[in-house]
Design a protein around this ligand. Structure first.
Ligand code: BGC
Length: 371
């Protein structure tokens, strides 16, 4: 952090102490006329449009920024190279702020040097951008907590605390180029590891990371549904012969859970008492329907509308020269610095509360879910 920035931050802190809640702090952006462009363009770089999450996040953010009077440039990318090109093009248009949900969190440093030169502020959206000083803020959900909720759900559903078991577990993790994936895995593994060590959870496929750091042993590149499906097919074909059944699948998110459920279905697993517990994340439409049909046990819902709202607040503070609210200044070290972050709380959704949580909040209409 530069000395100037530190001074600005402490001045802001003093000025805003009264207005700030106990668990959050603020950072001053001063005024933004220091060479930044006069436009009010906000660049939004999102990952694959084909993944429901990013499609929704992108259009929500675009919509609320426009409503607030900003011009926007929203781009989705299918590859790292495409995302870099999109970011370079956006920077050439002199935006005030760049909001980036990266495909590969380690690949954007060179592109962001240019942003810093042009005094374009950068907000990492949902996924941290690594190995660069040129990321100013990070807005996300508590990623470790997502995994912890999945792990705790499994412990509770299986009755592991009451000594039940052994159960057959198949663990999966997210894409190895996504900084969030190791947080999800660590959150879950910290909860499940004691039961693996005691033998109450066993992994017949042997795809069992010995520690949190070995999570890439079970990662699925690009969070692809088809890859998760074929990986699950392989595990079932090779290790679940002679009537052996899988009891629980740790899936880090919904795109993987979908492929895993398809694989189980193709091998004859049917919803009912013997159907495995499957975790998820995002409350994607197909998965929410699967939860209602007893083909997935839970999802960790991250109300991405609240993430968009938080980012809009950050953008406003930056552009209007206010203070940027953050509530975590220790967790997200990007290899270059700790990026001031705002973490939102994730929420477990099961069949019992699809209606109260997802429908009553307006995330889905009852109609859309066939309710
Ligand atoms: C997001 C998840 C999402 C995954 C795949 C992660 O970075 O935090 O919500 O399921 O990417 O798109």
């Amino acid at each position: 952090m530069s000395k100037n920035f530190r001074v600005l931050a402490s001045v802001a802190l003093a000025a805003s102490l009264a207005a700030t809640s106990a668990c959050s702090s603020t950072r001053d952006e001063g005024s933004t006329d220091s060479g930044a462009s006069a436009s009010n363009l906000i660049g939004i770089a999102m990952p694959q449009k084909s993944l429901e999450r990013w499609n929704k996040d992108g259009s929500h953010l675009d919509e609320i920024l426009k409503k607030a009077g900003y011009q926007t440039s929203l781009q989705h990318a299918d590859s790292v190279e495409q995302q870099i090109t999109q970011i370079q093009n956006m920077i050439n248009q002199n935006p005030k702020v760049l909001v980036v949900a990266s495909i590969d969190g380690t690949a954007l440093a060179p592109a962001l040097e240019k942003a810093a030169e042009k005094k374009v502020k950068v907000i990492a959206y949902d996924r941290l951008i690594n190995s660069t000083p040129n990321v100013d803020y990070y807005a996300t959900f508590d990623n470790y907590q997502v995994g912890k909720l999945q792990g705790e759900f499994i412990v509770e559903k299986l009755g592991l605390k009451d000594g039940k078991g052994p159960f057959n577990l198949e663990p999966f993790a997210g894409s190895d180029d996504d900084n969030n994936a190791k947080f999800f895995f660590s959150g879950a593994w910290d909860v499940l590891k004691p039961y693996l060590d005691s033998g109450k959870l066993v992994v017949p496929s042997g795809k069992k990371p010995a520690s949190n750091d070995e999570w890439t042993k079970v990662s699925v590149k690009g969070w692809k549904t088809e890859t998760a499906q074929s990986e699950m097919d392989n595990r079932l074909n090779s290790f679940y012969t002679g009537g052996k059944k899988v009891n629980v699948v740790l899936s880090p998110n919904d795109s993987l859970a979908l492929g895993i459920a398809q694989s189980l279905e193709s091998k004859g697993y049917k919803p009912g008492a013997d159907y495995p517990i499957i975790t998820g994340q995002d409350a994607d439409l197909a998965n929410t329907k699967n939860i209602l049909a007893d083909k997935q046990s839970m999802t960790v819902w991250k109300d991405t509308r609240t993430l968009g709202d938080q980012v809009l607040k950050m953008v406003d503070s930056i552009v209007k020269g206010g203070t940027v609210e953050v509530n975590d200044e220790k967790t997200y070290n990007n290899g270059n610095k700790v990026v001031p972050s705002y973490l939102l709380p994730p929420v477990v959704v099961t069949k019992a509360d699809v209606k109260t949580k997802l429908v009553d909040s307006g995330f889905y209409t009852a109609d859309k879910l066939g309710l």
